[in-house]
Ligand binder design. Structure first.
Ligand code: NAD
Length: 439
C-alpha cells in the first residue's frame, strides 16, 4: 500500500505543517490515502493575518494585473489537468473520465471566466442630465473573504469562489471539505509555481465545527461564501448575522423532473439517467423526484428501470464505469437509510440496492459503492420525497394534470432546479415558470 499523502496548510505563500491530522479515505477501497491537517483557531488566525497583510498590495493592483495572475494559474492548472483529474477521482470517488471532462476543465474555466469578465463589471454609472447629476457606484474590495466549500465538486467549487473574490480585490482564506482536500493542496503548489503574491490566497484544512467555524466567525473576515448542506448554511447564517457579515449561501436541493406524455421518451430517459446518477447522485442539481404523466407511467418505469440496471459501477479509474463509490462510509450509510425509510413508508424498490447484486473486484469490496436505485409508490410527504438524499436514489410517481403536478412539485421546502420534458414549447415555458426554486 502507498504511504498516505500528508497535507500541509498554505499560509502566507508557504506550506505550513500541522501537528494533528484527520485520516482521509480512498472511497473506492476504504483505505486511508491522505492525512489532512486538523486545524483550529491558531491556524485560522495565522491565515487571516497573512491575508490581511497582503490585502493592501493586492487590492491596489489594477484589475488587469489581478487577471494576469489568475490567467497564469489557469494555464499551469490546465497543463496538469490529467494529474488533477486522477487525484480528484481518487479523493472524491467520481470516475476519472468525469473529472477529466468536467471538474478540472471547469476549474480552469472558472479562473479564466472571472479574470476576463470582472474587469468589465466592477463599476456602474447613471447619468441624469435633467437633474444635472451623475450617480456612480464603486465596488470596493471588502478585505479577507472566508470561503467554505463541500466535497462533491471539490476544486471546481473552490475555484468558483476564489476567482471572483480575488478579481474583486479581496484576499482569501479558504477551507475545503475535510473529506476532499487533496486537489486544493495540489492547487497551492500551482499558486507557488505561478509566483502568485504570497498571502493573497491561504488555505487552511480541517473540520467544519473547528477550522470552518473559526473562519466564519473571525472578526477580521467581513465576507463569507459558503456552499454545502442547508443545515450548515442555516447555522452559518445564524452565526454571522449578529456580526453583520456579507454572506453568500449555496445549499441543498430536492430537484424534480416533470415528464409529460408528449415527450421524446428515449432522450428523456437518457437525460434522467445522467441527472439522477451522475457522480453517484452527489450533485446539488441531481434529479431525485420524477413526476410522470399517468398514460406514460408504466412504460416509463419499465424503460427507466432497465437503463438503471445497465449502469456500470466499479473502480473510478475504469474508463467504462459510469458510477464510482459514494464519497464516505457515513454518507453511504445515510443514503442507504433512506431506502429503509422508503420501505417503511410503503414504497417499492424497483431496482438497485437490495434488489440486484453488486459485483466488485476484490480490492474494492470495502469501498463505499451502491447500485442506482429507483423507488416508486411513495406519498409526496414521505421522507424520500421531501428530504435531500444526495445519492443515487430517485423516486418516480404518476400525475394526471399540469395544474396538479405544479402544486406537487412545489410542495417541498427545497428546490434548486427542475426539468420539464415535453415537446410542447408553450407548455415547457409555462410549467417551468411556475416551478418554485427555493434555497
Ligand atoms: P456540509 O454542509 O456538511 O459541509 C460543507 C462545508 O462546510 C465543509 O467544508 C464543512 O467542513 C463546512 N462546515 C461544516 N460545519 C461547519 C461549521 N459549523 N462552520 C463552518 N463550516 C462548516 O456539506 P457537504 O456534505 O460537504 O456537501 C453536500 C451538500 O452541499 C449537499 O447538501 C449539496 O446539495 C450541497 N451543495 C450545494 C451546491 C449549490 O451550489 N447549491 C453545490 C454543491 C453542493
Amino acid at each position: 500500500m502507498d504511504e498516505p499523502i500528508v497535507i500541509n496548510n498554505f499560509i502566507g505563500g508557504v506550506m505550513v505543517p500541522c501537528q494533528d491530522h484527520i485520516d482521509s479515505h480512498d472511497p473506492s477501497t476504504g483505505l486511508v490515502w491522505a492525512k489532512i491537517p486538523d486545524s483550529g483557531q491558531a491556524e485560522v488566525d495565522a491565515a487571516v493575518n497573512a491575508a490581511q497583510a497582503a490585502f493592501e498590495g493586492w487590492s491596489c493592483k489594477s484589475a488587469q494585473t489581478r487577471a494576469n495572475h489568475l490567467l497564469k494559474v489557469a494555464d499551469i492548472l490546465e497543463s496538469r489537468l490529467e494529474e488533477f483529474a486522477v487525484a480528484e477521482s481518487r479523493d472524491q470517488g467520481k470516475p476519472v473520465w468525469l473529472a477529466r471532462i468536467i471538474d478540472i476543465p471547469r476549474c480552469v474555466l472558472n479562473l479564466r471566466h472571472f479574470a476576463h469578465a470582472i474587469p468589465h463589471h466592477l463599476n456602474t454609472s447613471n447619468v441624469n442630465p435633467e437633474m444635472g447629476v451623475v450617480n456612480y457606484t464603486l465596488r470596493e474590495p471588502q478585505g479577507v473573504a472566508g470561503l467554505i466549500s463541500p466535497w462533491n465538486l471539490p476544486l471546481y467549487l473552490l475555484t468558483f469562489k476564489l476567482a471572483p473574490a480575488l478579481m474583486c480585490g479581496n484576499t482569501v482564506v479558504a477551507k475545503p471539505s475535510e473529506m476532499t482536500s487533496v486537489t486544493a493542496y495540489m492547487f497551492c503548489k500551482v499558486l507557488q509555481d505561478a509566483d502568485f503574491p504570497a498571502g493573497v490566497v491561504n488555505i487552511v484544512f480541517g473540520r467544519g465545527p473547528s477550522a470552518g467555524q473559526a473562519l466564519i466567525t473571525h472578526p477580521q473576515v467581513p465576507l463569507v461564501s459558503f456552499t454545502g448542506s442547508t443545515l450548515t448554511g442555516k447555522f452559518i447564517a445564524q452565526a454571522t448575522a449578529p456580526m453583520f457579515k456579507k454572506l453568500s449561501l449555496e445549499m441543498g436541493g430536492k430537484n424534480a423532473a416533470v415528464v409529460f406524455d408528449d415527450c421524446d421518451m428515449e432522450s428523456c430517459i437518457a437525460t434522467l439517467k445522467r441527472s439522477s446518477f451522475i457522480n453517484s447522485g452527489q450533485v446539488c442539481l441531481c434529479t431525485s423526484r420524477i413526476f410522470v404523466q399517468k398514460s406514460l407511467f408504466k412504460d416509463f418505469l419499465e424503460k427507466f428501470t432497465a437503463v438503471a440496471r445497465e449502469v456500470k459501477i466499479g473502480p473510478p479509474s475504469d474508463k467504462d464505469v459510469f458510477m464510482g463509490p459514494l464519497n464516505s462510509k457515513p454518507h453511504l450509510e445515510k443514503v442507504l437509510r433512506y431506502i429503509s425509510y422508503a420501505v417503511e413508508d410503503g414504497g417499492q424498490v424497483l431496482c438497485g440496492h437490495g434488489v440486484e447484486i453488486l459485483d466488485l473486484p476484490p480490492q474494492n469490496k470495502e469501498g463505499y459503492f451502491m447500485r442506482p436505485t429507483i423507488i416508486t409508490g411513495l406519498s409526496d410527504k414521505s421522507r424520500c420525497m421531501q428530504e435531500e438524499i444526495f445519492g443515487p436514489i430517485t423516486c418516480v410517481t404518476p400525475f394526471d394534470t399540469e395544474e396538479e403536478v405544479i402544486t406537487r412539485v412545489n410542495d417541498t421546502p427545497y428546490g434548486l432546479c427542475a426539468s420539464v420534458f415535453t415537446s410542447n414549447l408553450a407548455r415547457g415555458h409555462r410549467v417551468a415558470h411556475k416551478l418554485k426554486l427555493r434555497l
